[in-house]
Design a protein around this ligand. Structure first.
Ligand code: UD1
Length: 340
């Protein structure tokens, strides 16, 4: 069965393709390489010994999107990752985010309708909850006004999908990710932000390897045990596996509703300082960091209620924080060797 993975050379996309191929699915990648590299396709092949088909293309172009589906009439399902995701940049360039994240989804849905493809897994985010009133946050918590254009695109995309479902044959699973970190155990694929990383863990590993002088810890005066923000970090391979469960549920017509939503996290919250300590523990290094001002738009604390995904998708995150930080470190070291 052939699956279209948009954004398949990106961080979560690449890890998901490995799991898809290992479960016997064929994969077509659509990616414009705006925040990833073509050699990720080679790395996927090294891991699975199967080369996914790669179509370098722009999903914001309706003609190109239609041509993709015409070229691959045997696609049976779509996992849509392709999107811009830098929160800070989205506040400076909101239209870039709306144009990319919304137009690509609309084109994709139009083509899916035209080619009669009804199964969609969508990459959403816990950012839709803002700062929840109760923790852990479950899927029934209200969606809050987005703190950034990026967050708003995720909310609008969820609404676009939901409206499209109500008007036709589409069925979708919206996966709300908490904080994916870590890398494949082979260290052949991992997170490779272009430019200065925004996210915590790539910043930690780049600091430790010497690419950055120190890590800024954004605030230690939050209402948390050590004063730093708390997040639910999830190993990217665990996250990837949930996509296979979701997709199989749709393709196998096991879904109970045509739009289902699941949180993907571990259910455990860790502070920034706890992540740093985990990194120091697994690497044996002392990390150079400084406490600085809060970052605008950060929520204080959030972690997931995961029982719905555990029960309905039959999926559970298995890896702990030290597995995550160690795999991220192994990936950073491998990159450094490669670039020597
Ligand atoms: C946010 C969104 C997430 C979205 C992601 C996109 C929320 C709750 N989460 O993740 O849905 O997909 O952006 O990029 O809205 N930190 C530092 N120093 C750094 C970097 C980060 O102290 O150099 C801290 C942050 O303040 C935060 C934690 O580390 O407390 C995690 O930050 P990050 O990795 O950027 O992810 P989120 O902001 O949680």
């Amino acid at each position: 069965m052939k699956i279209l993975v948009t954004g398949g050379t990106g961080y979560i996309g690449a890890h998901t393709i490995v799991e898809l191929q290992q479960q016997g699915f064929d994969v077509v990648i659509a990616d414009n390489l705006s925040n990833s590299y073509a050699d990720v396709v080679d790395s996927i092949e090294l891991i699975t010994h199967i080369r996914p088909i790669f179509e370098k293309m722009d999903l914001t172009n309706a003609g190109e999107t239609k041509a993709l589906f015409s070229k691959h009439p045997d696609i049976v399902g779509v996992i849509h990752f392709a999107a811009f995701k830098a929160v800070g940049e989205s506040t400076e360039l909101p239209l870039k985010y709306y144009q990319n994240n919304l137009f690509s989804l609309v084109n994709l849905l139009n083509s899916m309708q035209e080619f009669n493809i009804t199964s969609l897994v969508f990459s959403s985010s816990c950012t839709v909850y803002g700062q929840p009133e109760t923790l852990p946050v479950d899927e029934n918590a209200s969606v809050q006004k987005a703190l950034s254009p990026y967050g708003n695109t995720k909310q609008i995309c969820e609404e676009i999908i939901s409206d499209t479902i109500h008007s036709g044959k589409l069925k979708a699973i919206l996966l709300r990710y908490f904080n994916p970190i870590g890398a494949h155990e082979s260290a052949l694929i991992g997170e490779l932000p272009i430019g200065v990383p925004n996210c915590l863990v790539p910043f930690i590993t780049q600091t430790a390897i010497g690419k950055r002088p120190f890590l800024n810890v954004f605030g230690n005066d939050y209402n948390t045990p050590d004063g730093t923000c708390i997040r639910d970090y999830i190993h990217v391979v665990d996250l990837a596996k949930a996509h296979i469960s979701a997709l199989s549920r749709l393709i196998g017509k096991k879904n109970e509703e045509n739009c289902e939503i699941f949180n993907l996290g571990t259910g455990i919250g860790y502070s920034v300082i706890e992540v740093i300590h985990s990194f120091e523990r697994v690497s044996g290094l002392k990390l150079n960091y400084k406490i600085t001002d809060r970052r605008a738009g950060d929520v204080e604390k959030i972690w997931a209620e995961t029982s719905l995904a555990n029960k309905v998708l039959g999926w559970k995150a298995e890896k702990g924080l030290d597995d995550m930080t160690l795999s991220a470190w192994n990936w950073e070291k491998k990159l450094a060797e490669k670039n020597k």
